[in-house]
Design a protein around this ligand. Structure first.
Ligand SMILES: [Zn+2]
Length: 69
């Protein structure tokens, strides 16, 4: 009979906040940009004229529950 013991020799290495912070800020900006285009690019809050961007993200808008029509 053998006993199996799990004893990993490699320890996980912590990622310094200084290395994560720029990527977190970049991801946050991309998220906010996507949130604007999906949730608010319509009518009075529209930056770009026309309905092309609204129609492009229209299914995502309904999927996420933003009011539309
Ligand atoms: Zn709609």
């Amino acid at each position: 009979m053998t006993d199996t013991v799990f004893a990993p020799s490699a320890k996980p290495r912590a990622i310094p906040v200084r290395e994560i912070l720029p990527w977190a800020v970049f991801g946050g900006l991309i998220f906010l940009l996507a949130l604007y285009f999906v949730g608010a690019e319509q009518g009075a809050t529209s930056i770009f004229p026309g309905v092309y961007i609204h129609e492009f993200v229209h299914d995502g808008r309904h999927l996420l529950g933003f009011p539309c029509h």
